[in-house]
Write a protein that binds this ligand. Structure first.
Ligand code: NAP
Ligand code: ZN
Length: 380
């Protein structure tokens, strides 16, 4: 029996019993209001979830604001089913700013009353090579803020579309004083996801940088690229965003459907950050890179992108990818934002408008990040 495979029904029973055990052991849990989706075709609707009471190293946070990332939409609709299938019900949200309401006995970094933030990660193994190099986002045992394995309560983790969250202090960030909390929330994903590759590629004064897709990520990419001193060019499919792109800091804006405008920039970029959420022509963008230039994909479209080998061979170009950033790097980005007064441009909405916001996000109709005022969840 020890070496044989157990029948599925037995495995299910064992898993269920272990979950029941965890639930009984953690009698110190609180009910928390949240919004969840029951299936890939369901609308988000009010629900109640459980949160653990803070353990020794945990911080309990009352959530004030939570940004709406396009990844929330991909996940709710199970568009990444081949890579990370969604477990339902799902409570999305990983751009969290809140106030500390309780801390465990061993917590050193945060105190009750502090304004803090939580991004896409709530755990990792802290022992692997990646964790020891401050690259928790690459840890094979990393736990995402939602739809990750919940080691304490069983099942999956629930994200920021909720009243409160309990997180190990290592994954809780300090929000610099003076930053508007609603505008700061999107820094926890859109901010770090664009900051990390810009820093990794050494973006600085004298470099020519492209940012593709002026959405939540893209508009943060523009702000950071400019703050780092680069000549920044926005590529957009939306002619109506040209003025905004300039206001956000772009030196130039190209409407990508205009072939002649694209051609003017051929072979000239040191770095291009591609933050597009859907199918698009990556070859056309690769051809804009100078030799040895790099295009980093941060956008995560549902379907594979086509790339011609020649777009890479000619000019010895690089195609790369990047996922969020480590915890220390996230704090560095927040501190930089505090120093330079950088936040996201947000449209603050009550949670009751979340389904409408998803539809607008899919039409690229957001300027430039929806952010949920979580007080609305208490109200209704
Ligand atoms: P978003 O606010 O919806 O922005 C995406 C932008 O892409 C749109 O505003 C639009 O910009 C452009 N776009 C949309 N459809 C397009 C199409 N068919 N062809 C060309 N351009 C199109 O989304 P977001 O929250 O910034 O997220 C962007 C992507 O990054 C998503 O796939 C998300 O899941 C992913 N993401 C990745 C990470 C990571 O760690 N790598 C982290 C967070 C998010 P224009 O109107 O300017 O063309
Ligand atoms: Zn995100």
């Amino acid at each position: 029996m020890l070496h044989g495979r157990l029948p599925d029904s037995t495995i299910h029973e064992i898993v269920k019993r272990s979950r029941d055990r965890v639930a009984t052991a953690s009698s110190t849990m609180s009910n928390t209001k949240a919004y969840s989706a029951a299936s890939s075709t369901s609308r988000l609707a009010p629900t109640t979830i459980r949160r653990r009471d803070p353990g020794e190293r945990d911080v309990q946070i009352e959530i004030l604001f939570c940004g709406i990332c396009h990844s929330d939409v991909h996940s709710v609709r199970n568009e990444w089913s081949s890579v990370m299938p969604t477990t339902y019900p799902i409570v999305p949200g990983h751009e969290i700013v809140g106030r500390v309401t309780k801390v465990g006995a061993a917590v050193k970094k945060h105190r009750t009353g502090d304004v803090v933030a939580v991004g896409c990660l709530v755990d990792s193994d802290r022992t692997c090579r990646q964790c020891r190099s401050n690259l928790e986002q690459l840890c094979a045992n990393g736990v995402f803020t939602f739809n990750g394995p919940d080691k304490q309560l069983g099942g999956v983790t629930y994200g920021g579309y909720s009243e409160r969250i309990v997180v190990d202090e290592h994954f809780v960030l300090r929000v610099p004083k003076g930053l508007d909390p609603a505008g700061a929330a999107p820094l926890l994903c859109a901010g770090i996801t664009t900051w990390s590759p810009l820093r990794r590629r050494g973006v600085t004064e004298g470099m020519k940088v492209g940012v593709v897709g002026l959405g939540g990520l893209g508009h943060m990419g523009v702000k950071f690229a400019r703050a780092l001193g680069a000549h920044t060019v926005v590529f957009t499919t939306s002619p109506g965003k040209v003025e905004d792109a300039m206001r956000l800091g772009a030196n130039e804006v190209v409407v990508s459907s205009k072939a002649a405008e694209m051609q003017k920039h051929a072979g000239t970029f040191d770095f291009i950050l591609d933050a597009v959420s859907a199918q698009h022509d990556v070859d056309a963008l690769l051809n804009l890179l100078a030799h040895d230039g790099t295009l980093t994909l941060v956008g995560a479209p549902e379907k594979p992108l086509a790339v011609s080998a020649f777009s890479l061979l000619m000019g010895r170009r690089n195609l790369a990818g990047s996922i969020i950033g480590g915890i220390a790097e996230t704090q560095e980005m927040l501190d930089f934002s505090g120093k330079h007064g950088i936040t996201a441009d947000v449209e603050v909405i009550p949670i009751q408008k979340v389904n409408e916001a998803y539809e607008r996000l899919l039409r690229s109709d957001v300027k430039y990040r929806f952010c949920i005022d979580m007080a609305s969840l208490k109200a209704g």
